[in-house]
Design a protein around this ligand. Structure first.
Ligand SMILES: Cc1ncc(COP(=O)(O)O)c(C=O)c1O
Length: 393
């Protein structure tokens, strides 16, 4: 079968980034890439901070943070004062977990598509409180309906205190039907935490349409914000119960200020985050989404072809706009997290291509992203060179 045409490139977009031109950066999903204009905006804020630190921190910073958060929340369709800025998704998850007041006998339910660090956080909170972590297996090819059914059957009302699901999974690049899952959990009285690390900037679904009790997403991946920018949205009935990890001066100011103010930190990433949205809007939000998703799909097909994977065996993320795609690696490759990391580093060094290699349920996968700075030939070069590298074990 022939590979579909790649999307039209967005002219000049690569010039917005300071990425090393000698490398193909095909893994925007892991740590993002900050456009030069956004880096400059953050540097200007840092200059302001260093010109007069006392004034920067004591005169209006809390309000500037609130103003920024309202803007970012508006873009994501979250309630402006029902959301809090946090440093990253991992922190948002930790804030929620430690605010639940878990007790012995309670359980936290999640799926086997969950992000590794989030699973570790669940396990630690369960160990600390005597609660139990239960993980539901969900086949990679499960339909939305099957996912919802599996979750419905897995909920134990009265025991399950939290359900954690991803909006778009990291290891498997699979879109979960978050709103439908929240609906089912609500019928059973179980609150849901949606790990939406990849959603802001990539997926168009609004936070309010998902309706989860807790939703946390990174702006420092697909929304071009400086690293250290994430939004945690919390349903009204939970806002008084959510406590920060670190108690600081805004502790008595209620939600969200008490979550946001975390003592002396560099808050410039948050203040510069609107410049990331400005870049996204300047390029055209829908155009960027369509481009990135089509390019990732193209990359999946050319690399999949080169590895001899029939198109029908390439996982489909399950929805439009997804700019992450998986290709199965030959059997026996990257069967553990350590082996996956080693292969990822080897591809980076030998092929000058940064990719994500994932190990999920004992099998290895290549995860490719698409971004405005990528071009079709970067995936084509990888496709030509990868089979030989994989053949050298
Ligand atoms: C699904 C998912 N959850 C959580 C995270 C953690 O994000 P961060 O490192 O910004 O906390 C990631 C990072 O890639 C992710 O993909």
């Amino acid at each position: 079968m022939s590979v579909p045409q790649p999307p039209e490139p967005i002219p000049g977009a690569r010039l917005l980034f300071s990425l090393d031109p000698a490398v193909s950066h095909l893994n925007h999903g892991s740590f993002g890439a900050v456009p030069i204009g956004v880096q400059r905006a953050q540097q200007r804020l840092r200059d302001e901070m260093e010109a007069n630190p006392l004034r920067f921190f004591t005169q209006g910073l809390v309000d500037r943070i609130a103003h920024t958060r309202r803007h970012l929340a508006g873009f994501l369709g979250a309630e402006p004062d029902g959301s809090a800025l946090v440093g990253n998704t991992t922190t948002g998850v930790a804030v929620v977990l430690q605010s639940l007041g878990l007790q012995a006998g309670d359980e936290v339910l999640s799926t086997d598509h969950g992000y590794g660090a989030v699973s570790l956080a669940i396990q630690r909170e369960c160990r600390r409180t005597g609660a139990v972590s239960r993980v539901l297996p969900i086949p990679l090819a499960a339909s939305d309906e099957q996912i919802v059914q599996t979750i419905r059957a897995g909920l134990r009302p009265g025991r399950t205190r939290l359900l954690v699901v991803d909006q778009l999974t990291s290891a498997t690049a699979k879109l979960f039907p978050a709103a439908a899952i929240v609906g089912v959990a609500r019928e059973h009285g179980v609150p849901v935490l949606v790990d939406a690390a990849h959603a802001p900037g990539m997926l168009g679904t609004t936070v309010s349409s998902i309706g989860a009790e807790f939703w946390v997403g990174n702006l420092h991946k697909w929304a071009y914000a400086p690293r250290g920018t994430a939004l945690l949205a919390v349903a009204p009935q939970w806002r008084d119960r959510i406590d920060p990890l670190v108690v600081s001066w805004e502790q008595d100011s209620g939600f969200p200020a008490r979550i946001e103010w975390q003592a002396t930190l560099d808050y410039t990433s948050w203040l510069a985050a609107p410049a990331g949205l400005f870049t996204l809007r300047s390029l055209g939000v829908d155009r960027v989404r369509a481009h990135n998703a089509a390019l990732a799909a193209y990359g999946q097909r050319v690399v999949g072809d080169a590895l001899g994977v029939p198109p029908g065996h390439l996982p489909d993320p399950g929805g439009p706009g997804v700019a992450l795609r998986l290709i199965p690696l030959p059997a026996g490759t990257a069967t553990s997290v350590d082996a996956a990391r080693a292969l990822q580093a080897r591809i980076g060094e030998r092929l000058a291509a940064e990719v994500a290699v994932m190990s999920w349920n004992g099998r290895g996968w290549l995860r490719l992203g698409g971004q405005v700075y990528n071009t079709a030939d970067e995936y084509e070069r990888l496709a030509v060179r990868l089979p030989a590298l994989l053949a050298q074990r």
